[in-house]
Design a protein around this ligand. Structure first.
Ligand code: TRP
Ligand code: SF4
Length: 327
């Protein structure tokens, strides 16, 4: 018996990298054993920032689904769907927009932050301000009890809770108030030690080849205090070591920690060992991808099946909603 409903989504703005894997997907995979899970591609959300260059959105749809299945999200267990295929989300978004006070949206920290960060893309739009209202529609449509997200998305889920309460108070008790399930931030950073992100050009993708991984690992910044091989290093502040902790065998991790501190291993050798573990760890994911890529028809079927299932639920919710608002 499953404990409740979980929903989460991602904007389709490119292929998945290790930041996604360790910051979200492995957690999603873990949750699918205990909860009824819905995972979806938020293509309308992607349009809020990519409206001028939307090609990437459609191009990355199948890439993302393939990545999800390759890392072990199971379409037999979890439901995948594409947001724009379930038109009911747009209707619920519209209804929510009627009673969502503007100040709730204007004080949203993510909104304020993105406005400065993405200024070159011009996100000073109606749609971008309404981003969390659409997100509330995604979540509440499936009456989710929990939403696994990173810290940056927590304010959006808080807003969803407010919207659910306001709806229930104004009309009738239709929606559960969902919990934020905060995903611990992954220790894995990009090659330059900033947060891993495609736009920073510092990401290792799930699809990278052995050669690409070797090249990227060799560029990684290590303990910046360690100038020479004879200087002792500090593995606790070294990004390469964080990778070892995930991708190397526990006994090697201990050896590397000690050797690094005692200046008994050089960073070049240490990286070589790490890259070997990383390639080995990613190989099953890449193998699964190759299998799926050779049968795109099956991937499409999975998508359609998930859309259908989600649409049925969305239709039921919308009937309740229309009844409640007397429309
Ligand atoms: N805003 C989320 C992000 O950028 C994506 C998203 C859209 C989402 N709707 C959602 C996440 C609903 C969780 C639940 O990552
Ligand atoms: Fe990092 Fe390894 Fe170099 Fe130590 S030896 S600083 S853990 S790369």
């Amino acid at each position: 018996m499953k404990k409740g409903t979980i929903l989460s989504g991602m904007r389709p703005t490119g292929k998945m990298h290790l930041g996604h894997l360790h910051g979200a997907l492995l957690n999603w995979k873990h949750l699918q054993e205990q909860y009824r899970c819905f995972y979806f591609i938020a293509d309308w959300h992607a349009l809020t920032s990519e409206y001028a260059h939307p090609d990437i959105i459609r191009e990355s749809r199948y890439d993302i689904i393939i990545d999800w299945i390759s890392v072990g999200l199971d379409p037999e267990v979890s439901t995948f769907f594409i947001q724009s295929e379930i038109k009911e989300h747009a209707e619920l978004y519209l209804i929510f927009s009627m009673f969502t006070p503007l100040p709730w949206l204007e004080r949203n920290p993510t909104y304020k932050e993105q406005l400065t960060e993405l200024s070159q893309k011009n996100v000073y739009t109606y749609g971008f301000l309404g981003y969390p209202v659409l997100q509330a529609a995604d979540i509440l449509m499936y009456k989710a009890n929990g939403v696994p997200v990173g810290e940056d998305q927590a304010p959006h889920v808080e807003l969803t809770r407010e919207i659910a309460r306001r709806f229930n108070h104004l009309y009738s008790d239709v929606f559960p108030v969902p919990e934020v399930l905060l995903t611990p931030t992954s220790k894995i950073l990009g090659m330059d030690r900033r947060k891993m992100s495609k736009s920073y050009g510092n990401a290792i993708f799930l699809t990278d080849t052995d050669e690409e991984i070797d090249a990227k690992v060799s560029q990684m910044i290590t303990d910046p205090q360690r100038a020479r091989k004879t200087d002792p290093g500090d593995p606790d502040i070294c990004n390469v070591f964080s990778f070892h902790e995930i991708y190397s065998r526990p006994e090697s991790v201990d050896t590397i920690r000690n050797d690094c501190r005692a200046a008994g291993i050089g960073c070049v050798e240490c990286k070589r060992l790490m890259a070997a573990g990383l390639k080995q760890g990613l190989e099953p994911i890449r193998a699964k991808r190759r299998e799926l890529e050779s049968d795109i028809g099956k991937v499409k079927d999975i998508m359609e099946e998930g859309n259908k299932k989600s649409r049925t639920i969305a239709r039921n919710t919308m009937e309740e909603v229309r009844d409640a608002v007397k429309i």
